[in-house]
Design a protein around this ligand. Structure first.
Ligand SMILES: Cc1ncc(C[n+]2csc(CCOP(=O)(O)OP(=O)(O)O)c2C)c(N)n1
Length: 595
C-alpha cells in the first residue's frame, strides 16, 4: 500500500511548502492559520519566524523571495487587511523566487471578528488563487502555487477555510521538488514602484491576467467531472466536497484554481446540463462572474451568503431547484480582452523632466555615502524614493510605506549575511517602520537601517509627524526622539549630521563592519524649510576636466558646460559636489565671500 500520513490541512500546507523547496516561512498567528507556521518551524531546512504583524511578515517574505529563496507567508483572513498595502503593489513588482501568501478564512466566525471572503483579494490584486478542498490538495497545491508564482512572476494566494485548515485527512507524500538557485538581479524598473515604472508594470499585470486565464483553462486543478444527472455544480474548496456528497450524480466543475476563472470550462459544463448551481460559502464570488457571462445560475438565492455550509445544508438548499423546470439554454458571452493603454508618447518639442531631489537635499549625501558600501538598498516611500531614478540609481526597491526594513530583514535572513540595507524617511519610520524595526530586532535580522530624518513629511507638503511634534495648525506638541526610541527597543543607533558628508561616510562604514542590526539617523532639516544659502560654489576652470563625478550626484544645480561644469542659481551651497570632486575644482566660499 502507498505510504500515507495523516495531516490537518495546515500541517499539509507546511509540509507541501517544504516539499516544494520553500526555505523561508513567516506569518502572524490567527485562527485558523496558526498551525501552518508552527509545523513549518519543526521542519528541517525551513527557517520559520513569527513576525510582529502580517504587513511586516509579507514584506519580510518579499525580501527573502528577492534574495532567491521560495517563501511562504501565513495569516488569517483579517490579517490580509493589515498586509494589504504591500500585497496590492507586490502584484505589480512580482517576485524573484516563488512567493505564496496563505489566507485562512473563517466562514461562520468560529474565532474571528468578521467573515470576509478573501477570494475577493485575489481578484482585487489580479493574482492567481488556489483553493484546496482537503489535506492532500493542501499538500499538492503548494508545489503548483510556487511554480505558478515563478512562471508568471506573481505572488499566489492560497486560500483555505477553517474546515480545510483544521480537518484531517490522508496525504500521500510526493518526491521533493528540485530547484535551480535563483540569483538576485537588481532591477529598478521592476522593484521600485514610482509612477513611471508602476504604470508599465500595471500593463504587464493586465497581460499576465490574460495569460493566467489561459492557464486556468488548461490547469489540471480545474476539472470537469462527468455525472449522470441533468444538473451541474461549480464549486471550489471545501464547498466542493459538500456539493459532491449532496449530489453524487451531478456534473461538477471543481475549481482548484479559482482566480482567474476558466470561462471556456464553465461553458463546457453548460453544454452538458441545463441547470447549474454555484456552491460557495460567503460571497457570490464565482456566481457573479458566471452571471456576467450571461449564463443562468442558481446561487445565493438558495445557498446561504453567511456562515458555513455542510452537505445537508447544500442538499436542502438545492433540492427544489434540481427538480424545477430547466431554464432556456443560453450561450455564454465571453468578455472581450480588456483594452490596455500604450505608454504615452513624450510631447513633441518639450524636454523630458523627470522628478529629481531638490538642490541641497541631504538625502543625496546619504545616497552618495552609501554607494561605496555595496549593500542592496531596500527603499521606502517619500521624497527620498526619487534617489532611485538616474543618475543616482540609489534604491533597489520601493513597495509601500514602511516596507524597507522588513524587506531588508527577509533578504539578509535568506542570504545569511548583511546583503541589503534599508532606507526610510522619518515620517515613514513612524508610519510603519517602527514595527518592522522591532520585528528585525526580535528575529535577529542583521542589517543597516538609514533613517533619513529631514524633520518633516516633505513629500506630501511638509506635514508634522510624531518625530517633530508639529500639529496641523503648526503649533508644537510633544515629539518622539528616534534615537532614544531605537535604543529603547535595544537597537544600536547613532545620529549623524546629514549635511556633513565625511561624518556620514564614516558612520556608515563603521556600522557596516559591525555584526547585527544598527540604525543611523541622518539628520538635517529639509532644504525647503531652511532656504538660506549655505555657501557659494565656485568652479576652478583650470582644474575641472569635466570628469562627471559631480554630475553623478544628480544635483539639478550642476550642469555640464563646454569644457567644465556650471553651477546654476538653483544651488543652495550644500557643497556635496565639493566633497565628491577629486581635483579640487569646486570650492565653497562663504555666501558673503562668494557674492
Ligand atoms: C499608505 C500610504 N499613506 C500615505 C502615502 C503618501 N505618502 C507618500 S510618502 C509619505 C511620507 C514621506 O515622508 P518621509 O518619510 O518623512 O520622507 P520625505 O518625503 O520627508 O523625504 C506619504 C505620507 C502613501 N504613499 N502610502
Amino acid at each position: 500500500m502507498e505510504h500515507t500520513v495523516f495531516f490537518s490541512g495546515n500541517e499539509a500546507i507546511a509540509h507541501g511548502a517544504a516539499r516544494a523547496g520553500a526555505r523561508f516561512a513567516c506569518g502572524y498567528p490567527g485562527t485558523p492559520s496558526t498551525e501552518i507556521l508552527e509545523t513549518a518551524a519543526r521542519l528541517e531546512g525551513v527557517h520559520a519566524e513569527w513576525c510582529i504583524n502580517e504587513k511586516v511578515a509579507l514584506e519580510t517574505a518579499v525580501g527573502a523571495s528577492l534574495a532567491g529563496v521560495r517563501s511562504l507567508v501565513t495569516m488569517k483572513h483579517v490579517g490580509l487587511n493589515v498586509a494589504a498595502d504591500p500585497f496590492m503593489t507586490l502584484s505589480l513588482t512580482g517576485v524573484n523566487a516563488g512567493l505564496v501568501v496563505v489566507s485562512a478564512d473563517d466562514p461562520g466566525m468560529h474565532s474571528s471578528q468578521n467573515e470576509q471572503d478573501n477570494r475577493n483579494y485575489a481578484r482585487f490584486a489580479k493574482i492567481p488563487m488556489l483553493e484546496p478542498s482537503d489535506s492532500q490538495e493542501a499538500y499538492d497545491f503548494l508545489a503548483e502555487a510556487f511554480a505558478l508564482s515563478e512562471e508568471f512572476d506573481t505572488p499566489v494566494l492560497l486560500r483555505t477555510t477553517t474546515r480545510v485548515s483544521h480537518g484531517r485527512g490522508r496525504v500521500v507524500p510526493r518526491v521533493p521538488v528540485q530547484l535551480e538557485p535563483r540569483e538576485y538581479a537588481r532591477d529598478i524598473s521592476k522593484y521600485v514602484m514610482v509612477p513611471q515604472y508602476a504604470r508599465v508594470r500595471s500593463r504587464l499585470v493586465l497581460e499576465r491576467l490574460q495569460a493566467l486565464r489561459r492557464r486556468s483553462e488548461q490547469s489540471s486543478l480545474n476539472v470537469l467531472e462527468a455525472g449522470t444527472a441533468d444538473f451541474g455544480i461549480i464549486a471550489s474548496g471545501v464547498a466542493y466536497t459538500y456539493a459532491r456528497e449532496a449530489f453524487p450524480k451531478a456534473w461538477s466543475l471543481k475549481l482548484g484554481m479559482s482566480n482567474p476563472l476558466p470561462y471556456a470550462k464553465i461553458a463546457r459544463l453548460y453544454e452538458q446540463v441545463s441547470r447549474v448551481a454555484v456552491v460557495e460559502e460567503l460571497d457570490p464570488f464565482i456566481e457573479e462572474q458566471v452571471r456576467a457571462l450571461g449564463l443562468p445560475v442558481i446561487g445565493k438565492e438558495a445557498i446561504a451568503a453567511d456562515g458555513e455550509l455542510d452537505q445537508d445544508a447544500v442538499a436542502r438548499a438545492l433540492e427544489p431547484f434540481v427538480t424545477r423546470k430547466a431554464p432556456r439554454r443560453r450561450r455564454p458571452v465571453f468578455p472581450p480582452a480588456p483594452h490596455i493603454t500604450s505608454p504615452p508618447e513624450p510631447l513633441a518639442g518639450l524636454p523630458v523632466r523627470p522628478p529629481v531631489l531638490c538642490p541641497g537635499c541631504t538625502h543625496r549625501s546619504v545616497y552618495t555615502a552609501m554607494r561605496r558600501h555595496k549593500l542592496a538598498p531596500m527603499g521606502d516611500i517619500g521624497c527620498y524614493t526619487l534617489g532611485a531614478l538616474p543618475p543616482l540609481l540609489a534604491l533597489d526597491s520601493c513597495l509601500c510605506m514602511g516596507s524597507s526594513i522588513g524587506m531588508m530583514a527577509g533578504f539578509n535572513k535568506a542570504l545569511g549575511r548583511k546583503g541589503a540595507a534599508a532606507v526610510i524617511g522619518d515620517s515613514t519610520f513612524f508610519h510603519s517602520g517602527i514595527t518592522a524595526l522591532i520585528d528585525a530586532y526580535y528575529n535577529e535580522a542583521p542589517g543597516l537601517v538609514m533613517v533619513l530624518d529631514n524633520r518633516t513629511t516633505a513629500m506630501t507638503g511638509h506635514q508634522g509627524h510624531p518625530g517633530t511634534g508639529v500639529r496641523p495648525d503648526r503649533t508644537q506638541g510633544p515629539a518622539v526622539d528616534i534615537q532614544r526610541l531605537c535604543e529603547g527597543i535595544g537597537v544600536r543607533c547613532a545620529t549623524v549630521d546629514a549635511s556633513d558628508y565625511g561624518a556620514l561616510d564614516a558612520a556608515i562604514g563603521a556600522e557596516v563592519d559591525l555584526v547585527g542590526l544598527g540604525v543611523i539617523v541622518a539628520l538635517a532639516p529639509c532644504v525647503l524649510t531652511a532656504p538660506e544659502k549655505a555657501g557659494e560654489i565656485l568652479v576652478d576652470d583650470a582644474r575641472c576636466n569635466l570628469c562627471g563625478l559631480c554630475l553623478e550626484i544628480g544635483c539639478p544645480a550642476i550642469a555640464p558646460a563646454d569644457a567644465t561644469v556650471e553651477i546654476t542659481d538653483a544651488c543652495t551651497g550644500c557643497a556635496l559636489c565639493v566633497e565628491v570632486c577629486r581635483r579640487g575644482a569646486l570650492v565653497c566660499a562663504g555666501v558673503e565671500d562668494g557674492a
